[in-house]
Design a binder for this molecule. Sequence first.
Ligand SMILES: Nc1ncnc2c1ncn2[C@@H]1O[C@H](COP(=O)(O)OP(=O)(O)OP(=O)(O)O)[C@@H](O)[C@H]1O
Length: 225
Amino acid sequence: MLSLQHISKYYQTGGNKTFVLNDLSLNIDQGEFVSIMGPSGSGKSTLLNIIGMLDEPTSGYHYFMEQPVHQLKEKQRSALYKQYIGFVFQAYHLIDELTVLENIETPLIYQNIKGAERKALVADMLDRFNIVGKKDLFPAQLSGGQQQLVGIARALIGKPKLLLADEPTGNLNSKQGEEIMELFKKINKEDGVTIIQVTHSEKNAEYGSRIINLLDGRIESTTTL
Ligand SMILES: Nc1ncnc2c1ncn2[C@@H]1O[C@H](COP(=O)(O)OP(=O)(O)OP(=O)(O)O)[C@@H](O)[C@H]1O
């Protein structure tokens, strides 16, 4: 599904190049649940953002769903993203002025899905995530755990093949975090959604089938569970 080959990313600081990712290669198959760990500054978010096409490497080859992402134009990349990828952020990134229902609906509007179908899809998602009663509330009226559920519902509404999550439980208490991890496990097992998550938590990482440890922009070790 995903192949990164010799990916590097550096920033020019003064006369020096600071490498955030250094000649990193990685393959991920459809159906995997991968956890990325590593100390602060080791390049985890940068790697996830490159996989999610929110950031570009300085060099290297990036293939996703058989497409050479490194050769695609911005418009083609964004079409690929919209079709296949859902992104969940630590800070939720919900739109404050929109209700729960409207936040979840947003990706479908971008995908030009008609009103009646949108309503049906959102209703299913609200039901599945047990948040029907919250549909007309605004994000500020929800707990952190509920906001993250909305963030995940929004990421999944377009039926992505790949779900990317950057510290999805970082702002949650351990019970809420566990619920999110259980939900990820279910999405991965039952719906076959491939998941790549960045986490600082050993416990959360173990929900995955493979743990990749980054150090200084390189893969230091990989553990298969
Ligand atoms: N625009 C930039 N200019 C220079 N350096 C940058 C820039 N953006 C990111 N970096 C550096 O890239 C490195 C990796 O950042 P990244 O966010 O990928 O790390 P991380 O492993 O996700 O860290 P954390 O666990 O703290 O979130 C950091 O040292 C950061 O300072």
